[in-house]
Design a protein around this ligand. Structure first.
Ligand SMILES: *Cc1c(COP(=O)(O)O)cnc(C)c1O
Length: 428
């Protein structure tokens, strides 16, 4: 981009880092397929460019939460196995089936709506049953309801499995997977991790007994993908780690896990001014200069997704030196107290960069704001233009070896949906 068009504040996403992270995550669990989770605009990195880079690096599956995210990928021509798991009774299941999206199903009402949509369209819907193994969130509840029989499968999950088996017999639904999600995979010694895995295995056995299968079984988020090989099953499902961020910062940094942060955030100083000692800075005048100094105005604020909680705390670098946000973050601007640093309008301030060069990381911002790195990158708003550094090998579509049986489109008669959006050479 020419300097004349250089936006004052910007996000640069290195798709080569995404590709490297995808390959690294895949290599950690060579017996399992890989789903790259690209929900929430690929955690703020850009849905379609990240999806393409992940596919290019061998991601067998893409995963999203919301139906519109799945449809946006198909509209952009992204083919191959794609799963979407967060639905409401208002979801347009017909559109998702027409777009060849595999549906995560958490409840019998969802199954009924999917079956009806598939029947109306003369299709066979591919579904993965989602069981709640103890997170207490989305999914059919699978832990035992009966304290006297802790090894029993919960009635909710048992009911969904049985309803799915009956629906499959009627011909418009094919159950090709079963999955769940961890609550504390970032704390591997927590008893909940093993307990959830046990419930998961109980649910998969029940599904097999009900005549379902072969099933793609998947449970591992980023933390489990990095820390718990026993949870890899047929498919791992990392999101955060794809973007080069550590899901368990108390156990290791990005670099410790062999990951490269993909996102840089920077802005050009919109102005510099000399002020005397005792000058208050930004709304509320919560920061007071202690000596005569120079203030730099950074043209980014909470309207761009810089958390207001970063007031007085967020780290930046300028010319290799670290500074902290002075006073409150405003909608469009924040201020740094540059002291004696040589700087002028137009100089680049780095908010997120390469920790190896001393630039702040998303984890540094998370620590400063009392949140997690997930939120720091995901909340950066659409107001900030994204530019992309292409992966050098972006053309290597489907280069990874496929995990055994983990592509549900490859099931014997699993291909009854129209292969909408499929690209030549991609796994499906
Ligand atoms: C968001 C999400 C993931 C990815 O989680 P990370 O911690 O980012 O790896 C995986 N599976 C489901 C169901 C999710 O909602």
């Amino acid at each position: 981009m020419s300097d004349a068009l250089r936006p004052p504040a910007r996000v640069v996403v290195d798709l080569g880092a995404i590709a490297d992270n995808v390959r690294s995550l895949r290599a950690r669990n060579p017996g399992s397929a890989l789903m790259t989770v690209v929900k929430a605009d690929a955690y703020g990195h850009g849905l379609v460019p990240v999806a393409r880079a992940a596919r290019g690096a061998g991601a067998d599956w893409l995963g999203v939460a919301q139906p519109l995210e799945a449809l946006a990928l198909r509209s952009a021509g992204v083919g191959g196995p794609l799963m979407c798991w967060l639905h409401t009774p208002g979801t347009d299941f017909a559109a998702l089936l027409a777009a060849d999206v595999t549906l995560g199903v958490s409840a019998q009402w969802g199954l009924e709506l999917i079956e009806a949509a598939a029947a109306a369209g003369g299709q066979v819907a591919r579904v993965h049953l989602k069981v709640d193994t103890g997170l207490g969130r989305n999914g059919a509840f699978a832990p035992s309801d009966d304290p006297a029989r802790p090894d029993q499968l919960g009635a909710d999950a048992a009911g969904l499995i049985e309803a799915a088996a009956r629906a499959q017999d009627r011909g418009h639904v094919r159950v090709t997977g079963l999955f769940s999600h961890f609550a504390e995979a970032d704390e591997p010694s927590s008893p909940s991790v093993a307990a959830q895995q046990e419930v998961f295995e109980r649910a998969t056995s029940a599904a097999t007994r009900a005549g379902l299968g072969p099933l793609v079984r998947h449970l591992a988020n980023s933390a489990a993908t990095l820390l718990d090989p026993s949870a890899a099953y047929d498919l791992v499902r990392p999101g955060l780690a794809t973007y080069g961020l550590s899901p368990a910062p108390q156990l290791g940094t990005s670099a410790d896990f062999g990951l490269r942060p993909a996102m840089q955030v920077a802005a050009d100083l919109a102005g510099i001014k000399a002020v005397p000692a005792g000058q208050g800075v930004s709304y509320g005048l919560t920061y007071l200069t202690t000596v005569a100094t120079r203030l730099g105005v950074v043209p980014m604020g909470y309207g761009d997704g810089v958390p207001r909680h970063a007031s007085g705390a967020g780290p930046v670098t300028l010319g290799g030196r670290r500074f902290t946000v002075a006073g409150r973050v405003c909608m469009d601007q924040f201020v740094v107290d540059l002291g004696d640093a040589a700087a002028q309008a137009g100089d680049e301030v780095v908010l997120l960069g390469d920790p190896a060069r001393g630039e702040p990381s998303a984890q540094d911002w998370a620590d400063a704001c009392g949140t997690i790195s997930y939120e720091i990158v995901t909340r950066l708003s659409g107001r900030l233009p994204r530019t992309y550094i292409e992966a050098s090998d972006g053309s290597a579509l489907g280069s990874g070896a496929l995990g055994g049986g983990a592509l549900d489109g490859a099931a014997p008669d699993g291909g009854a949906q129209r292969p909408g959006g499929g690209e030549a050479g991609e796994p499906r």
